[in-house]
Design a protein around this ligand. Structure first.
Ligand SMILES: [Zn+2]
Length: 140
């Protein structure tokens, strides 16, 4: 079963550009920065829009849905030989054009496939932050 790294193994640093993303995650909300001038989503967060160079940004709350764009299966991690990780790049349907690098958890790695629908969850990491991770979307 794919999992996430133990909390103490994951440390983040924030800066004024990325902190709103992490503050929202701490409240179990997934947000994405959308250019205030042209509407282009920019993830990972950047100070200036790559499309129009505007520094204006609106933080948009997403429903937490994602779709697998690309993934890998990693067996073992330094000091954790038995862990299985599924790092993935996911598309965010509510933020067209934006992709997030994350981990898929709670799934048999054999079952993961491109296009699989996911839903966000939040995994505790160092210093009290929460990391957005993704699980298979519940069958309707
Ligand atoms: Zn823009």
């Amino acid at each position: 079963m794919a999992t996430a790294l133990p909390s103490e193994q994951v440390r983040i640093t924030t800066d004024p550009t990325t902190e709103p993303f992490w503050q929202a995650a701490k409240e179990r909300r997934l947000v994405a920065p959308r250019c205030g001038a042209c509407g282009h989503f920019r993830l990972p967060p950047t100070p200036y829009c790559p499309e129009c160079q505007s520094a204006e940004v609106d933080w948009v709350e997403l429903a937490g849905r994602a779709v697998v764009y690309s993934f890998a299966v990693v067996h073992g991690f330094p000091g954790l030989p038995d862990v299985t990780l599924v790092p993935a790049v996911v598309d965010l349907p509510d933020a067209p054009g934006a992709r997030l690098v994350s981990n898929i958890v709670g799934v048999d790695p054999e079952a993961v496939e491109i296009g699989m629908e996911l839903t966000v969850d939040f995994h505790p990491i160092a210093d009290g932050w929460l990391l957005p991770v993704f699980r298979p979307a519940a069958d309707e």
